[in-house]
Structures are given as C-alpha cells and as structure tokens.
Write a protein that binds this ligand. Sequence first.
Ligand SMILES: *[C@@H]1O[C@H](CO)[C@@H](O)[C@H](O)[C@H]1NC(C)=O
Ligand SMILES: *[C@@H]1O[C@H](CO)[C@@H](O)[C@H](O)[C@H]1NC(C)=O
Ligand SMILES: *[C@@H]1O[C@H](CO)[C@@H](O)[C@H](O)[C@H]1NC(C)=O
Ligand SMILES: *[C@@H]1O[C@H](CO)[C@@H](O)[C@H](O)[C@H]1NC(C)=O
Ligand SMILES: *[C@@H]1O[C@H](CO)[C@@H](O)[C@H](O)[C@H]1NC(C)=O
Ligand SMILES: *[C@@H]1O[C@H](CO)[C@@H](O)[C@H](O)[C@H]1NC(C)=O
Length: 462
Amino acid sequence: MNTVTLFTLLGTLASASPLVPRGVGSCDTAPLSDPPKVSTPSSTLSNLAGWGPYISLESPLCRDTPSGFTIDQVTVLMRHGARGPTASSYPSIKAAVAKAANATVMDSAFDFVKNYSAEGFTADALTDYGRKQMYDAGSTYAKRYKKLVKKYFTRAASQTRVVESGQYFMQGFNGDKFAIKNTTLLPTMDLIINDDGTVNNTLTQVACPGYDDSTDLAAEAETNFNAIWNAPITARLNEKLVGANFTDGDIRQLFTLCGYDGVKNLQYSAGAWCNAFTAAEFEQWEYLYDLSKYWGQSYGSPYRAAMYDGYVNDPSSSAARSTPLSTPTLPHSPLTRPSTWTLLNNDLVSIVTALGLWKDLNPLPTTVSVDAIPNRFFHISRICPFGSRIVFERLSDKKGTKYIRVLINDAVAPLNFPDCGAYSWAGMCELDAFVAAQSYAQSEPKNFNQLCYSAPLNTTVV
Ligand SMILES: *[C@@H]1O[C@H](CO)[C@@H](O)[C@H](O)[C@H]1NC(C)=O
Ligand SMILES: *[C@@H]1O[C@H](CO)[C@@H](O)[C@H](O)[C@H]1NC(C)=O
Ligand SMILES: *[C@@H]1O[C@H](CO)[C@@H](O)[C@H](O)[C@H]1NC(C)=O
Ligand SMILES: *[C@@H]1O[C@H](CO)[C@@H](O)[C@H](O)[C@H]1NC(C)=O
Ligand SMILES: *[C@@H]1O[C@H](CO)[C@@H](O)[C@H](O)[C@H]1NC(C)=O
Ligand SMILES: *[C@@H]1O[C@H](CO)[C@@H](O)[C@H](O)[C@H]1NC(C)=O
C-alpha cells in the first residue's frame, strides 16, 4: 500500500543496523512534511497517477549523513509543481462536466454536478498550490544543503511551467518570503534547455528517432486496458446521471478532476469528483497510467535505458561513454559542475527505471483487471506526482572515496548494484560502481547511438 514497504522489499536491508549518524542516537526517517489533509477516501491521494501532489515519504534508511562522510555535491531533479489541465485536455474536461450538469440525477451523491464548475484553471500553467510546492522544495533543500553547497547551478527544460517551477524553487532556496509574482520579478534559472527536439539534451527523451519510429507501446497498452476497465464505470455513471450519455473518454477526464481540484488553490482541497468514484475504480484508473508509462518509457520499452541515459549519467558521473551524446547546452562537465537543481517535465519515471527501482518480477499485463495483480511495485502516483523529486547526494569519506546516495521523494533508495562497496546496506554505492551500473546496464544493445539511430525495434505489450 505504501512506498516505504516497497523500498524495504526492494532492498534486502531490513535487518541491517544503521550507520552511526551525525546526531548521536538520531536516525532521521520521518517524512519531511505532512501530506495534504483530506476528508475524502484514501484513494484521493494514493491513486491519482500523475495528477496528485508530491507526498514526502518515510525513509526506510536513515537520511542523516553518516559520520565520517561529507556531502560534496548534490543534484536535485524535480518534476514541475502542480498545474491545471493541459490545453489539449481542458475542452474535453469541460464537455464532460457539461454533460453531467445536464443529466437527470438519480442518486443524491451526485447532486453536486448541478453546481459544479471546472472553470478557474489556466490551461498548462502552474496552480498556486504548484507554485507553493516548488517554493517549499527550495526551502527544504536550503535547510538541508545550503551550508554544504557553496556554488550551485540551476537549469530547467524550456516549458513555461517548468521554468516557473524553477523560479519558485529559487525563491524558496534563497530564503525569500513566499509571494506569487509576475515571473519577470522572480529569480532566474542559470540555464534553460530547449526541449523542442532541435538539440540533443540530457533533460528530455526527444532525440531518439528509433524510439519515435517504433511501435507505440503506450498506446497499445492503453487500448488493451481500456477495453477491460472503463465500460463498467461509464455504465454506472450513466445510470446515476441519466441522459449524460458519457463516453469512456468522458469518464477518464472526470477522474482527473479529482486531482486538479485538489491542487487548484494554495491550500489542498479535494473536489467533488473524488467522491464520484470508488476506491476500486480509482485503482483501475491509475493502473491505466501505470501501464502507459511502464510500456511507453519504463521497463516495458526496449528503449528504456538508452533514452534516459543522459539523466542518470549526467547527475553523478563522468560516465565514460564510448560514443558520447552531444550535449552542447551543458556548460559544465559533471566532474567540475557544482551542485545542480534541475527542473523537468514528467520524466522522473525514466530515471527511476534507469536506476532499476520499483521493478516488478514480471511485465505488467495489459489485458487483465488490476485486481489480478496485487502488490505491484510500479505506481505512477509514487514515482512522478506533481512536484516529485529525486536527489543524488555525492559523499566522500576521509580517504576521498566517493559514494552516491539517491533519495526519492525523501526516502533513501536501496542501491543493489554490483560492487557498490561496504556501505550499500546504508543506501550508498561507490561512485565508480554506480556509474558502471548505470552505463546502459539494463538495455541491449548497449549503445545509445546504435539503438536510437538504427531501425526501430517493434515489440509488443503483454
Ligand atoms: C443539454 O440538454 C439539452 C436538452 O436535452 C440538449 O439540447 C443539449 O445538447 C444538452 N447539452 C449537453 C452539453 O449535453
Ligand atoms: C453553488 O455554488 C455557489 C458558488 O460556488 C455556492 O455559493 C453555493 O452554495 C452552491 N450551492 C450548492 C447547493 O452547493
Ligand atoms: C509581467 O511583467 C512584464 C514586464 O514588466 C509585463 O510585460 C507583463 O505584462 C506582466 N505580466 C502580468 C501577467 O502582469
Ligand atoms: C544527436 O546526436 C546524434 C548522435 O550523436 C547525432 O547523429 C544527431 O545529429 C544529434 N542531433 C542533434 C539535433 O544534434
Ligand atoms: C516496424 O519497423 C519498421 C522498420 O524496421 C518500420 O518501417 C515500421 O514502421 C515499424 N512498425 C511500426 C508499427 O512501428
Ligand atoms: C450517446 O452518444 C452516442 C455517441 O457517443 C450517440 O451515438 C448516441 O446517439 C447518444 N445517445 C443519446 C441518447 O444522446
């Protein structure tokens, strides 16, 4: 049910005793912030796929810097803060809401539709909740790292909401008071990396033609699973709201409103559509997006490692590539780069994949109800909600040996790679071993250029 359990299962660390942390007797494992308070069902926060807010996780391992080690570089990668509906989905959302408002209500639990409004979002833009999320992240990391990190560097992929997310992060990191401002008045990012596909950059997946031309596994997965889960829920709502004549697509849009309403204003406030669906229905809906990402960008895709190689090798390493990606927009080599705060769109799933985390034993099936596959590891709601974050800490011991530690939504991730060294049970992996493990470790053929610039690999979902 929760991520903490999953981390524990993924590692074999449960019985290891913690390293002696800095503060005698302390072991920092508690979530760094409280989840939003909701009066709606638990599904409101735990099954919102990519439409929910970041929730700080309890860590299965001590978060403290172990004594004898110092953090000498930090890389924070974040998805942008909460946003409103995208420009492409907003009209369909409003159309579905209009159908509901027009219907004859057969169940008083649905009376709200007569007075419900989906207005008030700016399509594609951050919401105030999203702005504050980013500000809070900046403050959190300032507390944790400011003393350790003398120089830093900020960069963002070029979409407006991503850049603005970075600016609010900086407002928080700089210790300024939270204020919603015209972006021209906010701190600016050091580097904004164009992600329109005209440059090979390490912050997006755009430059992999082989992937673009291969079978669209995400679409296949969605089509297969939609045939399983969607119709019964559409039928149920058409009975509650007679005359609405909802399509399956309408229903998928109405689910998203549970996410959007929650993050619309500064204070989290779950909206009426959260109560329109049962917890079991939310689970089916989330699984649709789990499948889409799983087959499109994660373990189901033969391109999974190549496309995101840049992410994983970039933050932490000097990764000796045999055939380097050209990364003309990156001004620092990873060895000399100062600590980096990086803002991305929704691609954290790729990094998690390259790290080998939340990997299920068998491929996620697209043609069965979610009930048939309990306890899977791979949940988009845990991997890349709005404001989701992955931190790479580089630590050195007194002899100068360098280690990497990865925190995902504040939980120290177990790193079970070969040769991680004496402290792998504490979530630390020797830098060289980490880099070696990330060098296309999970993909054949192992070469980015070969994979992305040769005939597409047409595979299929299960
Ligand atoms: C609302 O109902 C009226 C009358 O039945 C119909 O003409 C109209 O198209 C409906 N609007 C929507 C959005 O369904
Ligand atoms: C309908 O919405 C308006 C404006 O949001 C609100 O003031 C009113 O109380 C609502 N009425 C009902 C019955 O919920
Ligand atoms: C933000 O400031 C710029 C420059 O002063 C101005 O052109 C723009 O209209 C402002 N935007 C808003 C939404 O006020
Ligand atoms: C990206 O890198 C590949 C392989 O090095 C190269 O063939 C391609 O031209 C590059 N694309 C751009 C837009 O620079
Ligand atoms: C499969 O691969 C071939 C080239 O190897 C390509 O021409 C074709 O479009 C691919 N099919 C699909 C469905 O992507
Ligand atoms: C319901 O919608 C379908 C198309 O989605 C349409 O063919 C059908 O006529 C509609 N039924 C009613 C009663 O409006």
